[in-house]
Structures are given as C-alpha cells and as structure tokens.
Design a protein around this ligand. Structure first.
Ligand SMILES: Cc1ncc(COP(=O)(O)O)c(C=O)c1O
Length: 393
C-alpha cells in the first residue's frame, strides 16, 4: 500500500500545503504550449510575458499596491534574504532590529551580516510570543536601517502588531535623524490576515507559494517604490534588476493564483478555523493530562496551535501520530529533525524540558471536525502508550 492509498489526516499546513487543483491547472500550459522566454520578442514569448504580467498585477492587487513593486523570488527564504542583505548591501555598516522568534530565514542572514561587522538587536517576546512595539522603538539608533519583524509566527501562530511597531520605530528613528525600512516576513500570514502593505505600514514584505496551496520554490518580495536593494542574484537584469534569472513563469503564475484564491477564501474560512481551533485547544486541555498550550489566546491565527506534553519528547509523539495516519510537526519543519528545544518556545519562557515535548498542529482548508476528533483521540492513545499518564482514562 502506498501513502496515497489511505487518507492522511494532514495537520502540518504551516510546514507546507498541497497544491490547489485550480493552481495546478493554471500552471500547466506554461510547461507546455506557453513555454517561451518572457524576455524574447516573438509572440510565443508574449504569452509567457502576459502570464508574468498578469501574475504581478494579481499579487499587487492582493497587497493593495502597484505591479512594479513586486519582485518574484525563489521562495520565502530568498525574499527574506533579499530584504535583509539587499538593504545592507548598499552600506558598509549599520544596525538592524529583529526579534528572537523569527524564522531562521531571517535570523541566519542577520547573523551573516553581524559577521561582516553589522550590529543587530534581537528584541524579546512575552510568554504569548508578542513583541512589545515600544521595545522595538527603544532599540532604534541613528544608524538603524532595518526593522524586521514577522507578521505571524510559524511555530505558535502569534500575530504581531506590525503597523504599531512600524509607526513607533519610524518616529523614534526620525527623532535621532535616522531613516529605517520596515520589513515583515508575512509567509505565515498570507491567506489568514490582510496583506495590505499600506495598512501594515511596511516597505518590504516576504511571501511564499507553498504555504498557500501554491508551488514550492517560488515567492515574492514587496519592495515599496523608491526603496533600493542590492540584488542577491546579478545577471540579465530581470525583475527590474532586483532578481536576475529567467523567470520561473509557471510557478510565478501558480503563486499568484494561489495568493488570489487564498485571499478570496480568507474571510469565509475565519469562523470555521476559529471553531476548529477552539475544539482542538479545549479538547487537549480536557482530555490530555499534563499538557499545556503555548501561545496567545487572542493574538493568534487559529490555523496554528502549539502544545507541550510533560515527560515526553516531541519526536516519539510525532512518530506515534504518523503511525496512526496523522501528520503533525514539532516546532518548525527545519528544526524538527533536531532535538534542540525550539528557540521560539524558549524565548517565550517555556521550560526547556517542556519545549522538547512540543507539538505543532496546523489546520488547513480541508481540515474537518472529524480530523480534530481523530487527532485528540490519537494523541491520547499515543501519550498513554508512551506512559506519560498511565493512570488516566
Ligand atoms: C515564517 C516563515 N518564513 C520563511 C519561511 C521560508 O519559506 P520558504 O520555505 O518558501 O523558503 C517559512 C517556511 O517555513 C516560514 O514559516
């Protein structure tokens, strides 16, 4: 029997999502009859160019901005790297402010810049994973050129008040004669929150295709008009000199369609996601002894919930769930192979012994009440088998 013979209860949508059938359908012609290079002059290339232009318009319209401000990239990690290293690349030194709970695709480029002599301040979070906007403003210096704070955390789902962070940081920067750019990694916010760049007050915003039922290896960086970036990839000058290389037209078309669909379904899915999340969180609290919920009850996207279970590590729990046909994750996918406790949970003050026993359950558009009942039942069975609450019912 192959994996596809049985339905997997897939509860790892923050890690990646299955491709929406409409997205795939929209992409297919660009692999076959519309295969032209969008930079060529003949009419075959025009079709590819038209697809690319349309994808840029669609993306811009979801973000409430203009097509010229969208740079297509090879995914969320590249978008973050372009925002951070691209803004640093135009100067010799300076200061960046970010937070302790960012994805490694922000933390590691910032660390690379520190090795080159740049300074960085990592602002902490409270026990729910929230950044205090005033703390960001207090860290501003005259040479601060970038503030990078994620919109939604990938491990616990906490939402940051990006608009307020940007507002306070800009006013603090003006007071010391500085000039900052505000970047947000909105990879986990797409399809869940508004991505209107003016409402968020951001200059740079990272997005990724595969978190929104689009293809992997494609994303976008919003770059506010007038913002200069040093490109990571130099060459033929595509994407208005900001990202060279022949455009991945099929994936870009798929990305834009996925974003359009995610945005169009966003409002309608809210209530359903909240109801499922409530059932899950209340179910764990009621049925799983020695469990705790990590995150915010109020400022959180309902799709992502994180729990700790006393006396176990996350890995055997995940393997036990996998055996029962349930896919979940411990922390972020890239750290789920390591036994290091999650840097996000540690930053939130979770006891390291509990942090290694954390499990992230992330819901998606096909998740049902039955899937939630299934994971609650299975979690109980797995934890009981692991001997964490031998006397429990
Ligand atoms: C918050 C966040 N930022 C960036 C990324 C990286 O995106 P990609 O996998 O498209 O490079 C991820 C993926 O897990 C993420 O969750």
């Amino acid at each position: 029997m192959t994996i596809s013979d049985e339905r997997i209860n897939y509860l790892d949508h923050a890690s990646t999502t299955p491709m929406h059938p409409d997205v795939l359908e929209k992409m297919l012609p660009y692999f076959t009859e519309k295969f032209g290079n969008p930079s060529s002059l003949y009419s075959l290339a025009g079709e590819a160019r038209y697809g690319l232009d349309e994808a840029r318009e669609t993306t811009a319209s979801v973000l409430g901005t203009r097509a010229g401000e969208i740079v297509f990239t090879g995914g969320g990690s590249e978008s973050n790297n372009l925002a951070i290293k691209g803004s640093a690349g135009l100067r010799d030194s300076g200061h960046i402010i970010t937070t302790v709970i960012e994805h490694h695709a922000v933390i590691h480029p910032v660390e690379q810049l520190e090795k080159l002599g740049f300074d960085a301040t990592c602002v902490g979070v409270d026990s729910s994973g929230r950044v205090d906007p005033q703390e960001v403003a207090d860290a501003i210096r005259g040479d601060t050129f970038l503030v990078s704070v994620m919109l939604v955390n990938n491990e616990v789902g906490t939402i940051q008040d990006i608009a307020e962070i940007g507002r306070l940081a800009r006013s603090a920067s003006e007071k010391v004669g500085g000039n900052i750019l505000v970047h947000t990694d909105a990879v986990q916010g797409a399809g869940k929150l508004s991505l209107n760049v003016d409402e968020l007050g951001v200059d740079l915003m990272s997005l990724s295709g595969h978190k929104i039922y689009g293809p992997k290896g494609v994303g976008a960086l919003y770059v506010r008009r007038g913002v200069e970036l040093d490109p990571l990839i130099a060459g033929g000058g595509q994407e208005r000199q900001r990202r060279s290389g022949t455009e991945n037209v099929a994936s870009i078309v798929g990305f834009a369609e996925a974003l359009r669909l995610a945005e169009s379904e966003r409002a309608d899915s809210r209530e359903r996601m909240h109801a499922l999340s409530t059932t899950l969180i209340e179910g764990v609290a009621e049925r799983i002894p020695r469990s705790s919920f990590n995150g915010s009850n109020t400022d959180r996207v309902p799709e992502i919930s994180n729990f700790s279970f006393e006396g176990v590590e996350g890995e055997p729990v995940l393997l036990g769930l996998d055996f029962k046909g349930i896919a979940a994750s411990s922390g972020s996918a890239c750290s789920s192979a390591s036994l290091e406790p999650s840097h996000v949970l540690i930053a939130m003050g979770v006891d390291p012994a509990l942090a290694v026993g954390s499990v992230r359950i992330s819901l998606g558009r096909d998740t049902t009440e039955a899937d939630i009942s299934d994971v609650l039942q299975s979690l109980h069975e797995v934890l009981e088998q692991l001997g964490t609450f031998p006397s429990a019912k």
